[in-house]
Design a protein around this ligand. Sequence first.
Ligand code: FES
Length: 340
Amino acid sequence: MSYQIELTTRDGQAFGFACEPGQDVLSAAAAADITLPSQCRRGSCGACHATVTEGAYTLGDHSADALPSGDPQAVLLCRTRPSADLRVAAPYDGTKVLLQPVAARAARIAALETIADGTRRLELLLDADDTSGSAAEFEAGQFAELELPEGGVKRPFSLANTSNWEGRLEFLIRLRPQGKFSAYLRERAQPGDVLTVHGPQGGFGLIADSLRPRWFVAGGTGLAPVLSMLRRMAEFGEINDARLFYGVNRESELFLLDELDALRAALPQLHVELCVRDAGDGWQGSHSTPVDALAAALAEGGAAPDLYVCGPPAMVSAAQAVAARARVPSTQFVSERFTV
Ligand code: FES
């Protein structure tokens, strides 16, 4: 006997599917050709989190960091095995749910440049295919998994640009000393190399119908999905008040400051606070972390903003604690954690 799962998205779209005994909810959805946002599929990234509003289940091994705090019914769908029919509330809109497997498309390296200490900007151009032509279609804030030309190595990276007809995909990638993908970018990558792009994927993104202020907190290359969301706001002329708290450890790690200036010109309501934790004496900006800057801004009072947070797990957890203390409703806290 299977269990019936009813999943409702933030904007009220309902998806129903069966889950076999012993099967996790994420796999059951995939078996029904429903692709829900996920990333690691092993309980560590938090990308598949949702809230069970009715029904019984067991939650398997997972990282404590991956579950949002303050919601006793929060689950990770990749680790949730029902023991009764379930009703599940998802923290993303229906546009993030695919009624097909994640697409895989070939793309060529169009540009690769160093933009800061240890950080590369990678630009890909999708090859045309029968379904999408050459268009790159995705929601601001989503990610894609990139697979190396020789296969076998696949890593998730957030998209920094917005949907476009030319098939352009932009990624900001922090090089890791031991990473296989990093070694490829550092040593072998050449314009014209063909990578496989698995995506778009993920539920991180703007709460579309919200008129509340939008505050963004980005650590390092966590700026990539935030740039995508700000660029989308600029393209659509959205007028929500906006603040960006962008932080790195050293000044040499800052990047794309000219792009932030361009966004400030396109979005006059955008206020940007640059935070460098270990800055030199000449640094004019904040010496705090972006989470400290967020805490100080929330302490000023006013309407609770929607919060969009992307960065290392510890930074996201700290931002979540700050938001909870300031009584920002959990439905207004949207986040994505780096996975290593
Ligand atoms: S996909 Fe479930 S925790 Fe990462």
